[in-house]
Design a protein around this ligand. Structure first.
Ligand SMILES: Nc1ncnc2c1ncn2[C@@H]1O[C@H](COP(=O)(O)OP(=O)(O)OP(=O)(O)O)[C@@H](O)[C@H]1O
Length: 469
């Protein structure tokens, strides 16, 4: 696509971007076929159009504006192709999805305030991508999204379509939580309350998270990041966002309630003192929890329509449901992954001490490999039962990795599961430890992709299960 001439200045570029948006809007009116895809694109563009005047006169904006303009030219061609039905292939829903994703990716290069303002408006006006919508509205659309090319067999059963999250009124939240009566827990970003949603004659146990005013990124940004990334995600190992509420003084998220708390609580022995916790006593349960979350991450990195980097994979963000199935949660600092996954610049290095990829921390560039590193730390926790950071700020990586690399896994293994670990179990745990070592390589490029991590954990679990039977 032809970019605009350089040195035009922000005001002129904003004018051009505004003009092409209006042109697309007028053309989209003429489209009969693909009406819904066009309508979605136009609503998205109208939000951007409204926000354009808020952009500052900053020369650094010239490049992102130029990128956006090029993408809008693509969008324009797509709409024109649909008017004349010039090409059936061109106006498939996949093509609309791609162009929408490209626009979002372009916007991520704009100042955070602008990006989040657009995203928030989209959320308020319910202009958020939804796989089911686009599928249902499309004649001749391919069932596999254009980016959903990874065909890992184990993922097939994990993917499940679902109703999209709904917006709640504050009155509904009050009713569901009996006015925020039962506190489940508290994290950095907010308090979580227990609740019950009554919908269509059915009752659903939920966890209601009320964001703090002072999160790491700020309440607004955390709200937008979580809503933007979690809204279109469907995976059986990702904590399900059931609803949200933006009506109250603070944003609220409603998730499915996870009856068995966090993996960290069980590893640290905080839970399960009254009845024995299978996480404390069984290697199989621990490995299943790891495998579930690694599948969730594989989905985020490779399967999702708009790939995501979580940036805060920790054992406290792995929730266990009533049947001990693990779910990845807390998408408050997640970012959409840039094409190529070569390490995208971020304004701020966020995450949890003890889990943060040192390369990302040093370069301020994040990639999927940063999540791989954090999962490596969780693997060490699962193997040793120790916390990610000990008193004196000694990290688990620095205290146990050399021991494992030295071939002395037994010296650091948690003694709680099955007194006297069997040789088969030890073989499986060595596989996990070897995988952790790979995940924790200092250079992101040397770490395995999440698909390899899933394969290794699956093999380890097969060995553990065979030993049990
Ligand atoms: N869906 C859920 N079901 C049950 N309990 C939950 C759920 N979500 C959170 N909790 C509980 O609430 C606590 C706080 O959750 P939150 O996500 O805010 O924690 P956090 O990971 O420490 O947050 P942050 O990363 O923002 O510091 C968790 O430790 C957990 O005990």
């Amino acid at each position: 696509m032809a970019a605009l001439a350089t040195g035009l200045g922000v005001a002129q570029l904003v004018l051009w971007v505004g003009k092409i948006i209006l042109k697309i809007t007028q053309e989209a009116d003429k489209v009969r076929r693909k009406k819904q895809d066009c309508a979605y694109l136009v609503r998205y563009l109208s939000v951007i159009h409204k926000m354009l005047p808020t952009l500052p006169e900053d020369p650094e904006l010239e490049l992102p504006l130029n990128h956006l303009y090029s993408t809008l030219q693509e969008a324009d061609k797509l709409v024109v192709a649909c008017i004349g039905r010039l090409s059936f292939l061109r106006c498939r829903s996949d093509a609309f999805r791609d162009v929408n994703a490209k626009i979002t990716s372009d916007l991520s290069l704009f100042p955070l305030a602008f990006y989040t303002a657009v995203a928030r408006r989209r959320a308020e006006e319910s202009i958020l991508p939804d796989r089911q919508d686009s599928g249902a509205l499309t004649e001749g659309s391919s069932s596999s999204g254009s980016t959903s090319t990874h065909a890992h067999a184990s993922l097939v059963s994990d993917y499940h379509p679902r109703a999209r999250p709904s917006r709640l009124t504050w009155a509904e939240v009050e009713e569901a939580t009996e006015n925020l009566a039962y506190l489940l827990g508290e994290g950095f970003s907010g308090k979580v309350y227990q609740g019950r949603l009554h919908r269509g004659g059915r009752v659903r146990e939920v966890a209601v998270k009320v964001l703090n005013e002072h999160g790491h990124q700020g309440m607004e940004d955390a709200f937008v990041a979580e809503l933007e990334t979690l809204y279109p995600l469907h995976h059986s190992h990702i904590a399900r966002l059931v609803a949200w509420c933006s009506e109250w003084e603070r944003p609220i998220f409603v998730y499915d309630h996870m009856g068995n708390g966090t993996l960290r609580d069980h590893l640290s022995g905080l839970l399960g003192s009254s009845s024995p916790s299978p996480v404390a006593s069984s290697w199989k349960t621990r490995l299943e929890a790891l495998l579930g979350v690694s599948r969730a991450l594989l989905h985020l990195h490779r399967e999702a329509e708009r790939p995501v980097i979580h940036r805060n994979v920790t054992s406290s963000n792995i929730l266990l449901d009533a049947s001990w199935k693990s779910h990845l949660s807390d998408f408050g600092v997640a970012v959409l992954r840039a094409a190529g996954d070569q390490g995208q610049p971020v304004e701020e290095v966020v995450g949890t001490f003890g889990y943060i990829d040192p390369e990302y921390s040093r370069t301020r560039r994040v990639s999927s490999a940063s999540d791989v590193y954090s999962l490596g730390v969780v693997m060490l926790e699962v193997l040793t039962g120790r916390p990610p950071v000990s008193p004196g700020l000694v990290t688990l990586v620095s205290s146990t990795l050399p021991v494992i690399q030295n071939g002395d896994l037994r010296n650091v293994l948690d003694g709680r599961p099955a007194l006297g670990t069997t040789p088969r179990q030890l073989e499986a745990l060595q596989n996990v430890a070897d995988t952790a070592v790979l995940c924790l390589w200092p250079r992101g490029g040397d770490r395995p992709p999440m698909s390899k991590v899933v394969d290794n954990l699956e093999q380890a679990l097969v060995i553990i299960r065979s030993d049990e039977t």
